[in-house]
Design a protein around this ligand. Structure first.
Ligand SMILES: [Zn+2]
Ligand SMILES: [Zn+2]
Length: 256
């Protein structure tokens, strides 16, 4: 059994073909998927989608790339996180790649998500791009280790992975690990303790090889597992079993 720890099934390009995607998930033994929130205006749409399906779950949060969108208060996040089927806070974090200039607002928003996670006891889904140093510093300053969570779509160094693991975070690999030019990341995927690994698609983006460049969906998470198994010289079943177990341990509000 496989699980997709991070996808965006409510995005229109995927929502439009949901029955086919759910069918493909069944065919590939992808049993569960966590549908991750990116902003509050679209959040009702996300909740409607997960409420209709026993094997879909949600988070609540505002992505760092969404600049012109209402910023949630800690209280608001805490309140929304109490909604049934919400199992995590995020995605949140820092992205200095997509946006530049004074990003104080991004750091403030990130801090509020960590505070809300600590208030609710729910784990964090963290996005970091070209901002690893500040991301780790803010995690440290805000006590993110108390709730832990996942560094999603991981593309950073072994040192960053080690620092996140020391703060009680899992490392989640996406289709990027299957790309030919991802040598350094493949080395990280070889070295991370198996009990800290999660797998994800981040669909509709980042389709793994052999589907690179096409529309991604949660059924394709099996290719991420296959690549990690290949890199580590273990069976895909072993990767599936460990990443699924880690997923249920971390997102403890998910009922199987
Ligand atoms: Zn992300
Ligand atoms: Zn995402």
């Amino acid at each position: 059994m496989f699980v997709d720890s991070h996808c965006h099934l409510d995005f229109p390009e995927l929502a439009a073909q949901l029955p086919e995607i759910l069918e493909r998930m069944r065919g590939n033994h992808v049993a569960q998927a966590l549908c991750v929130s990116v902003n509050l205006p679209d959040w009702p749409r996300l909740m409607e989608l997960v409420r209709g399906h026993d094997n879909l779950w949600a988070s609540v949060g505002v992505h760092p790339d969404y600049e012109d969108t209402p910023d949630p208060t800690v209280e608001q996040l805490v309140e929304l996180a109490a909604t049934p089927k919400v199992v995590a806070i995020g995605e949140t974090g820092l992205d200095y790649y997509r946006l530049t200039g004074d990003l104080t607002w991004q750091r403030d928003r990130f801090r509020n998500h960590i505070r809300a996670a600590r208030r609710t006891g729910k784990p964090l889904i963290i996005h970091t791009r070209s901002a690893a140093e500040d991301t780790l510093r803010i995690m440290e300053e805000e006590g993110a280790a108390e709730v832990g969570g996942v560094m999603h779509c991981f593309t950073e160094s072994q040192a960053v992975a080690d620092a996140a693991i020391a703060m009680n975070f899992h490392i989640s690999f996406s289709g990027i690990v299957t790309f030919k030019n991802a040598r350094e990341l493949q080395e990280v995927a070889r070295n991370i303790p198996l009990d800290q690994i999660l797998i994800e698609t981040d669909s509709p983006y980042l389709a793994p090889v052999p589907h690179r460049g096409k529309l991604n969906d949660p059924s394709k998470v099996i290719h991420v597992a296959e690549k990690i198994a290949d890199l580590r010289g273990i069976t895909v079943e072993a990767v599936a079993e460990a990443s699924t177990k880690n997923f249920f341990n971390l997102f403890k509000d998910i009922q199987r």
